[in-house]
Design a protein around this ligand. Structure first.
Ligand SMILES: NC(=O)c1ccc[n+]([C@@H]2O[C@H](COP(=O)([O-])OP(=O)(O)OC[C@H]3O[C@@H](n4cnc5c(N)ncnc54)[C@H](OP(=O)(O)O)[C@@H]3O)[C@@H](O)[C@H]2O)c1
Length: 308
């Protein structure tokens, strides 16, 4: 296989930045990376991470996942419009009681997380079909498998992404195009900082006192503990994304965090949905000590294996 051109979205920070830099520095020089971001004024950290690969195996271009014209302009600027691998990574988060979130904010989240993917795939799929090759890699989430308290809208957007890819993958296969959903658990990035910052400032007057209390006093501390205990680095997710991209037979789904797998496995263990529902309910509302002990064991496992 010759050099493959990889277009990555959302490279100003976090996972997108790490994936772009890792691919550009590939020792075997297997990739030409088109690292995109919506605001080029934020290119500094990526330029630093790219180091010597900048303007050699990595070029930076503007692309806003919410704007069809900007996507087309970026793709048109590439020789033969050729993109061998799309890494659809751009995404935004949202947490909190549903009653405190506006429908406009929910639509904006879907515009990036779901319609951003739909726009990119619409632009690239016809060319990939003509060439009978390509790989669509999508940064989903474990929340695309298993919904989580106070993540209703974010989780819904990732479920949409999962359904979209699962449907598309069959047609894509007919044209020798591969599809992979990368499903990270918690990853310590700007994403986490932004959602917690928003949560601290959130006006909770739109909901009842009990819900506000659960969000502030139960959900937020638990969630922060999960990030500090199980959180991966963006570089770890990037490493696994590269493995997926270079695999001979890439999987449709790849979970990056082995420590989170017992949570997602609950979903498949009981088709009625009762098992994951009861387990999450008990973990959050009934068994503070069980929750803390479980995290303790997972942390120990993490230290002893040196892996996540
Ligand atoms: N962090 C986690 O715990 C976690 C877990 C599972 C999955 N994920 C997923 O991983 C992906 C990357 O998240 P991250 O953790 O790396 O967060 P991050 O550091 O906040 O990065 C998100 C990136 O998406 C970009 N973006 C947002 N809206 C965009 C748009 N309309 N067009 C183009 N780029 C846009 C951001 O650009 P700006 O700087 O301009 O805002 C930023 O570069 C997301 O899809 C997220 O859902 C994250």
């Amino acid at each position: 296989m010759g050099t493959r051109r990889v277009l990555v979205t959302g490279c100003s920070s976090g996972i997108g930045l790490a994936v772009a830099a890792r691919l550009a520095k590939d020792e075997l020089r297997r990739f030409k990376v088109v690292a995109t971001m919506r605001d080029l004024r934020k290119r500094g950290p990526l330029e630093k991470a790219a180091g010597d690969s900048l303007n050699k195996t990595l070029e930076i271009k503007q692309l806003d996942a919410c704007c069809e014209a900007s996507i087309r302009e970026c793709v048109n600027s590439l020789p033969d419009r050729r993109v061998d691998v799309l890494v659809n990574n751009a995404g935004v988060g949202m947490i909190g009681p549903l009653e405190c979130q506006s429908i406009d904010a929910m639509k904006n989240l879907f515009d990036t997380n779901f319609f951003g993917l739909a726009r990119l795939v619409k632009e690239l799929l016809p060319d990939m079909k003509r060439r009978q090759s390509g790989h669509i890699v999508v940064m989903s989430s474990v929340m695309g498998i298993q919904g989580l308290l106070f993540n209703d809208v974010y989780s819904a957007s990732k479920f949409a992404v999962e359904g979209f890819c699962e449907s598309l993958a069959v047609q894509a296969m007919k044209f020798s195009i591969k599809t992979t959903l990368v499903e990270p658990g918690p990853v310590v990035t700007e994403f986490e900082r932004k959602v917690y910052e928003d949560a601290e400032k959130m006006d909770l007057s739109g909901t009842d006192e009990e819900t506000a209390k659960i969000f502030r006093e139960v959900y937020l501390p638990y969630s922060k503990k999960i990030f500090s205990s199980l959180g991966q680095t963006p570089e770890e997710v990037a490493e696994q994304t590269v493995k997926v991209i270079t695999a001979k037979e890439p999987p449709l789904r790849h979970q990056t965090n082995r420590l989170y797998m017992p949570m997602t496995a609950l979903k498949h263990a009981d088709p009625t949905g009762r098992l994951p529902l009861d387990t999450f309910y008990k973990m959050i509302f009934k068994h503070d000590s069980v929750f803390n002990a479980t995290l303790g064991v997972l942390r120990m496992l993490q230290r002893s294996t040196g892996k996540k």
